[in-house]
Design a protein around this ligand. Sequence first.
Ligand SMILES: [Mn+2]
Length: 454
Amino acid sequence: MWEESLHTVGTEPSSVSDDEYRARQSRLFSQLRPNDLLIITAPHESTRSNDVHYTYRTSSEMMYLCGWNDPESVFCAFNEDGEWKTVLFVQSKDVLKEIWEGRRPGVEGAVKDWPVDIAHPHENLSEILSDMLVKCSRVFVKLGVDSDVDSIVEKEMKTNSRAKQKLGTGPDSIVDPSSQINELRLRKSSAEIELMRHSAKIASQAHIQAMANTRPGVGEWQLEGIIEGVFKYCRSSGTAYPCIIGSGDNATVLHYNVNDDICEDGEILLIDAGCEYNGYASDITRSWPVNGKFTDAQAEIYQIVLDSQLAAIDECRVGNPYDAPHLAARRVLAEGLIKLGVISQSLDEAISTDGELNNWYMHNTGHWLGLDVHDVGVYRPNGEPRVLEEGMVLTVEPGLYFGAWRPDVDCPERYANIGIRIEDDVLVTKDGPDVLSSDCPKTIANIEAIVGSA
Ligand SMILES: [Mn+2]
């Protein structure tokens, strides 16, 4: 039943090349000094219950700089005679463990097939890392991720404060490399863009399948099963974040993810779901009527949100401040609600900091998207709004939520328990906004044609 989806998703893009990893590394190294030591950490495996682990997902920094995805790994770089050398600590070959847990590339495989110069077995981490630390003056490391690395660094900082007095060598400061790496990650390469486009294509098909299988009486969890099924079927690693599948008043809870309710006739269903493909997230939200036909009241709210989303997408242009889409969306939402009589204030009052729009629209209109679903990158460097550049990817996701259960506001009867959010993933290009998730239908007519058609 998903063959169709797989075809529409198209051929799989190639993964990030070794040359690109090396180029990313060089861009980072160019911001370091010869005596610096760079250490990129990844989290330890975590236990789900007894002897079962959660599926391992390495740190986005590790993914970004070398693509290594196994646990017990540390990536380092140091400068030797003017040249940067990269080092990767990996799990060593171990036949018994490999029989149980799967094959390991080991030290030889790492050097042969990954963009690193040197590899060491993880069990030698303490000895070799200590050695590297003694020779550096600044350590670039994010503490609090890998407790083994933390204690080695701490030990060398302590003992070297004494050695340093005598010999004048050893680390004297710890710097978090995140800000440099995040700044690089903010601008996506063409390889990254194709991976993100593919991720969004898969998520679009998952939404279409969920729409087609929606009818009164279906369980939110059943639609979740279809969505996650399509994600896996299309060879993504799964969800980029827990699916939000809310029908009726659940649609008015922004991060509802219990997904255990029955979708009833006459309700709106809101689904916020995205997958992770080769490390890259998609993030799509659509809202549709459970029975396949918007009521007049539902259509009124839906159309306002859609108009505001289109206005916001149109602001995703090179040279605009990052919050231009947010301001555009707020303006259209407020105008629409004033016209419907939901808001009695003037437009300027309604969109002011404590205006009435906040009652029905209480979140931001988007975020950066990339290896993390809420991707890295400072929104206001030096206190000024970031100016959009080619290659940046952000979500555009305005919404309106009329929770009739809320004691803090007077919900208009006509719109009781309507929750609408429409979210797309938008790439900023020199030719204007490029909607990566454009395969996912969003006009009222297109949605009504699909819902319940399976
Ligand atoms: Mn989002």
